[in-house]
Design a protein around this ligand. Structure first.
Ligand SMILES: [Fe+2]
Length: 210
């Protein structure tokens, strides 16, 4: 017979706030469906307008290679870095209606929504090690639209983050991270700085641990 107090504890689940700020999880695979084929078709229509991303960065003496971006929600399609100016859907989003529908279905898009961007890492490209902020927290969502086998996203002290095509991850980018694409295919991800519904975070965490 399990004591009642333990039965009660067995039923307990953490809140989204605890999961994001206190769990210490370096990443959380989200339990959402990603229509990768439709998004890839739309990406191909606009890919020619992508721009070089953070090409001026230098870490440990080297720059990123083959990293390009195109903004769906932000200041404009070609502003791919952080900005204090007002953010809204760009004309790229209007030309990618299935992509936008998916984002509006899974995330809470509003006045506080930041950038949402296509991110391309070309064949043979790499993203040099960096951290995006200091305080540990699961924040941005990185969605693998096409993640070629052999392309790796690594996080300091946490190894390879298990991306595969169709998988969306909340990431704690206070950990140093870097990406290599030694394959012959482009890696296409979407990075989304929008609120994830608490119910999605809590369901995803529960599914992976209980
Ligand atoms: Fe980063």
């Amino acid at each position: 017979m399990i004591p009642k107090i333990l039965q009660k504890l067995n039923q307990q689940r953490p809140t989204a706030d605890w999961i994001c700020r206190r769990s210490g999880a370096p990443y959380l695979p989200l339990d959402i469906q990603v229509p990768t084929q439709a998004i890839m078709e739309e990406w191909h229509q606009v890919a020619g307008e992508s721009v070089s991303h953070r090409s001026q960065d230098h870490t440990i003496g080297q720059s990123h290679k083959g990293w390009r971006s195109l903004t769906l929600h932000g200041v404009s399609p070609s502003v791919t870095t952080e900005s204090d100016l007002a953010h809204t859907w760009t004309e790229i989003a209007h030309r990618c209606p299935q992509t936008r529908l998916f984002l509006e279905r899974e995330f809470q898009i509003g006045p506080d929504t930041g950038r949402i961007r296509f991110m391309l890492l070309a064949p043979g490209g790499h993203i040099m090690p960096h951290q995006d902020y200091d305080a540990p927290e699961l924040t941005a969502v990185n969605i693998a639209i096409h993640n070629p086998t052999g392309c790796e996203f690594r996080m300091m002290n946490h190894g390879v983050v298990p991306f595969r095509t169709g998988r969306a991850m909340m990431l704690d980018l206070s950990h140093r991270h870097w990406v290599t694409n030694p394959t012959t295919e482009p890696r296409i991800h979407i990075i989304c700085h929008a609120r994830v519904p608490d119910s999605t975070i809590e369901r995803s965490y529960t599914n992976s641990r209980y």
